[in-house]
Write a protein that binds this ligand. Structure first.
Ligand code: F7E
Length: 331
């Protein structure tokens, strides 16, 4: 009989890549979708028609219990969260509830659902490099002291430790992936990589003049989302649950991303095209994220397949084609 998986956050970038991977692996995939008339649902239904949709909310324990009863999953992937860091300062309470307490609700629902056979459901928690914040080691690894610098990061730390607690208190097979930034053409346009790739595409097509950004000196360890969901799945295939850093081990600045993105459309000097707007600066910044993925490599056999230049190229090429299609200019 095929395995079954329940994914929260199914309409997000990672949810869609993970669902694709699990469907390829022969799973029956259930996705939890929140809200009435969710605008992301038509995209999901069109791109992944084989995913079975269940309605529920991380803030509503009984809805999670019903989703578990309906899907009878072997594996639960908790990817649902309010994930935009910049938003989290102005909406700290709701971010704490959904991104933090939501993890507790999903863990507790899974524990109650599994009953005396706690090992029958494996659990993945989407932890984040944002937990490292004001970094205490370079590069950051599983043992690095957490020092979150945003309400989002604080909420992720809560979810991370709660996951470890369910593993240690109840023997749940609960793993936590500390994922560094991971991008793709499916990335939301509020995140800096997609904001840049979309703007560069529009600038190259002559329908936009310039782009406003915040801190161009921030550095991130950016990987490809399709690679990172494979790591999630591998974690749940291990005999023992554990925590893993998932990263490329390289760090690049926003400026380097801009260099490659503009070069891809033939623009070598972007200084006149980019404006720095203080509105996009954050109250506290995470300046130097770089992860050490050695444990994932050794234990999971995981390595990233898409490097930084290829990631930028894929995103820009996708957005040029998408913008051309929107403008009715496709070849
Ligand atoms: O910012 C700088 C900004 O919003 C990256 C989420 O998936 O990864 C993501 O969080 C950097 C920051 O991602 C703009 O200050 C400059 O230093 O793309 P981002 P993030 O905050 O790193 C982690 C791992 C997660 O877990 C999160 O859920 O780019 N930056 N100018 C800007 N950022 C944005 N968004 N917009 C700008 O105009």
């Amino acid at each position: 009989m095929s395995k079954r998986a329940l994914i929260t956050g199914i309409t997000g970038q990672d949810g869609m890549y993970l669902a694709e991977l699990l469907l390829r692996e022969g799973y029956e995939v259930f996705g939890l979708v929140r809200g009435q008339n969710n605008p992301k649902l038509p995209v999901l239904a069109a791109e992944l028609p084989d995913v079975k949709i269940l309605t529920g909310d991380l803030m509503d324990l009984s809805s999670l219990m019903r989703a578990l009863a309906a899907s009878q999953p072997d594996e639960v992937y908790n990817l649902g969260a309010i994930s935009f860091v910049a938003y989290s300062w102005e909406n700290a309470a709701v971010t704490s509830e959904v991104t933090g307490l939501g993890v507790l609700n999903m863990l507790e629902a899974t524990r109650l659902h599994a009953g005396s056979d706690i090992g029958r459901v494996r659990f993945y928690q989407a932890s984040s490099s944002e937990m490292f914040g004001k970094v205490q080691d370079v590069p950051q690894r599983e043992s690095t002291l957490l020092w979150p610098r945003s309400p989002y990061g604080v909420a992720k730390v809560y979810g991370h430790y709660m996951t470890i607690n369910y593993r240690e208190s109840y023997g749940m097979h609960a793993s936590s992936g500390i994922l560094f930034n991971h991008e793709s053409p499916r990335r939301g346009p509020e995140f800096v990589t997609r904001k840049i790739s979309q703007a560069v595409a529009r600038i190259s097509l002559g329908v936009q003049d310039s782009l406003s950004l915040g801190n161009l000196d921030a550095r991130r360890d950016w990987g490809y989302a399709g690679d990172y969901v494979r790591a999630m799945w591998l974690m749940l295939q291990q005999d023992d649950a554990d925590d893993y850093v998932i990263s490329t081990g390289e760090t690049h600045s926003i400026r380097e991303f801009l260099d490659l993105a503009f070069a891809r459309v033939g623009i070598d000097d972007w200084s006149e095209k980019v404006r720095v707007d203080p509105a996009f600066f954050r109250p506290a910044e995470v300046d130097l994220l770089i992860g050490d993925p050695a444990k994932a490599r050794e234990v999971l056999g995981w390595t990233p397949t898409v490097g930084f230049p290829e990631l930028v190229a894929r995103m820009v090429d996708h957005d040029v084609a998408e913008q051309e299609a929107l403008l009715g200019r496709s070849a």
